[in-house]
Design a protein around this ligand. Structure first.
Ligand code: SF4
Length: 393
């Protein structure tokens, strides 16, 4: 039975493998409600879906009817668990944004007869190969003529992408792949985004070759997901919108300590240790800086005095100079030519070594296919190392 993936599932893994694990493997239910941004998006999508559904039955909603529907659904679905991350705005600001999106859209496209709607909020899947399927969820699928299909997507976010972003967008391109498979007569498939915050329509298209290479990329990504064993956390600004923040190892200590009284907070072992570590690190950095300055002064001193040993009260310092040779580095244009020269003088076998630092980085970053790593596995020994770094909160 093929496994079904969706664009949001793939994006979740790319955003943070740990979030993917919490969400799709462990299937953890959180008590945290949806964000106001997601709530607003759902209400606007519902209103536009209703409008186009009614149009199929020759019923054109007035703008007033559309807004009434939006507001009544807003009221019906609102609950206090909905999270407003940006504290400076309230529910009313977001509701008015939704109304504005619908008013602008309505005025721009009425009487909505430019295209013929085929389907709304589709729930289809198409095969990528015999192992994987991809979910096709299109806000509105329409036809502008017999062989031209249009994939319409409503965006309620506050950012406007560039044309380049859209020409490389994966979500609608996946849907275009699906439409071509479902409707072999589709000669053209237009990808159309409605950026409702900006009352702006943007579009793009994909060639058959681009869709074929997209399919391969997606299969590659799915294979990477299925081979993943560790699901590391990837911290980013999107963590603020992550429903698993409270159980995520990157953030849960913060939430735990926020619940403590000021007294309990200062007694928390973690708080005390990190404060001590930061202080010690600060002292260490100052000391390292001081040491370097004294070292430089000593070098100046021996150069001036033409000595190589300097005597203190009960210690002496030896200062020796030696020539430092430099050769072309990685990514230097002439590095390959340099390697050829080393081979020519017969020293390659004696000197060439595998860059194991880069190799471990590639393995840790999952840049090497697991089957290839297996071939190296008998040479790899693994131990757990820790790096402690300090950042401002
Ligand atoms: S809070 Fe951030 S790092 Fe943690 S699971 Fe969510 S997205 Fe990943």
């Amino acid at each position: 039975m093929p496994t079904t993936y969706s664009h949001s599932r793939l994006s979740c893994f790319e955003q943070c493998p740990l979030k993917f694990k919490f969400s799709y493997i462990d299937k953890i239910e959180t008590e945290i409600g949806e964000t106001i941004e997601a709530f607003l998006g759902s209400r606007v999508h519902e209103a536009l879906e209703k409008m186009y559904k009614d149009l199929k039955f020759q019923k054109l909603n007035t703008l007033r009817e559309l807004l009434d529907f939006f507001n009544s659904e807003w009221k019906k679905n609102w609950n206090d668990a909905i999270v407003i991350v940006r504290g400076e705005y309230d529910q009313e600001n977001y509701r008015k944004m939704g109304e504005k999106f619908l008013m602008d859209y309505y005025e721009k496209y009425k009487p909505f007869d430019h295209t013929r709607t085929i389907a709304l909020e589709t729930e289809r899947t198409v095969d990528l190969n015999d192992k994987y399927k991809i979910h096709i969820r299109i806000d509105r699928l329409a036809m502008s003529d017999d062989t031209t299909y249009e994939i319409h997507d409503y965006k309620t976010s506050n950012g406007l992408p560039t044309q380049d972003d859209l020409d490389n967008d994966r979500q609608l391109a996946i849907y275009a792949y699906g439409i071509k498979k479902m409707y072999p007569d589709a000669e053209n498939v237009k990808l159309i985004w409605h950026y409702l915050s900006f009352d702006k329509e943007m579009s793009s298209e994909r060639t058959p070759d681009q869709l074929e290479s997209l399919k391969k990329q997606i299969i590659g990504l799915i294979e990477k997901i299925e081979a993943e064993k560790e699901f590391p956390a990837r911290v980013s600004s999107l963590c603020n919108w992550c429903e698993f923040q409270k159980i995520c190892p990157e953030w849960k200590h913060k939430f735990k300590t926020e619940e403590l009284s000021p007294n309990e907070y200062l007694k928390d072992n973690g708080v005390q240790l990190v404060n001590k570590f930061a202080q010690a690190k600060d002292e260490y950095d100052h000391l390292a800086e001081r040491l370097e300055k004294i070292r430089e002064a000593l070098i100046e001193y021996v150069k001036k005095e033409k000595v190589s040993m300097v005597f203190g009260s009960d210690v002496k310092a030896s200062i020796k100079s030696y020539p430092k040779l430099s050769f072309p580095k990685k990514y230097d244009q002439n590095q390959q030519e340099f390697f050829e020269a080393v081979k020519k003088i017969g020293l390659w076998d004696a000197l060439a070594i595998v860059d194991v630092y880069d190799l471990s980085k590639m393995i840790n970053n999952r840049e090497i296919h697991p089957d290839l790593i297996k071939l190296l596995s008998k040479f790899i020994s693994k131990e757990e190392l820790f790096r402690v770094s300090i950042r401002k909160k």
